[in-house]
Design a protein around this ligand. Structure first.
Ligand code: ZN
Length: 179
């Protein structure tokens, strides 16, 4: 492999792509936890994190890229989810508990959404509180998605969904004052 291979080329070579919903396993080197590893510009990079960045165009930075499928070697972006370290710990506790393992104290699982759901929430014309209730997430989370304060990378190609609906409502109200 030439030294100047891009991360994308390395990913393309080593990810065994399957169907859209399948796990796409890493066929290259893996670390002890089973995560795929790439050596890029002399630096070790975790394959699923690179795959996330490659698919969504956003670096996870200090956030954790979690696996919905629980398969550390999987690089299918549809199975990857961005979360905080706390989300990741909650996720681990919840999965342990569902397997009958012991859980360390009480933990409230944090409702998480996928990029697809973020897009649906962005476009949903209903008010924040209706959408928050439907997805089991906080009002503020809905607000942040619609204001593109979070999930901006997932909604950046969408035209204003909720915002347009709201301005139509405001126009309708303004219009009715003159009737
Ligand atoms: Zn998977």
């Amino acid at each position: 492999m030439p030294a100047k291979c891009t991360i994308k080329e390395k990913l393309d070579r080593r990810i065994a792509r399957g169907g859209a919903e399948d796990c796409w396993n890493w066929t290259g080197a893996k670390n002890r936890q089973g995560y795929g590893q790439i050596c890029h510009l002399g630096r070790g990079v975790l394959a699923h994190r690179a795959a996330y960045e490659n698919a969504f165009g956003v670096s996870p930075g200090t956030l954790v890229v979690m696996h919905k499928c629980d398969n550390p070697s999987c690089c299918n972006p549809r199975h990857l989810l961005l979360g905080t370290v706390r989300d990741n710990n909650n996720d681990r506790h919840r999965k342990n508990r569902s397997r009958g393992g012991s859980s360390l104290g009480e933990c409230n699982p944090v409702a998480k959404i996928t990029a697809e759901q973020a897009r649906a929430i962005f476009l949903d014309p209903r008010p924040h509180n209706h959408v928050a209730a439907e997805y089991g997430i906080a009002f503020q989370t809905v607000h942040n998605i619609r204001a593109r304060k979070s999930w901006g990378h997932a909604t950046r190609d969408l035209s204003v969904g909720y915002a347009r609906w709201r301005s139509e409502q405001a126009n309708a109200r303004a219009g009715s004052q003159f009737r």
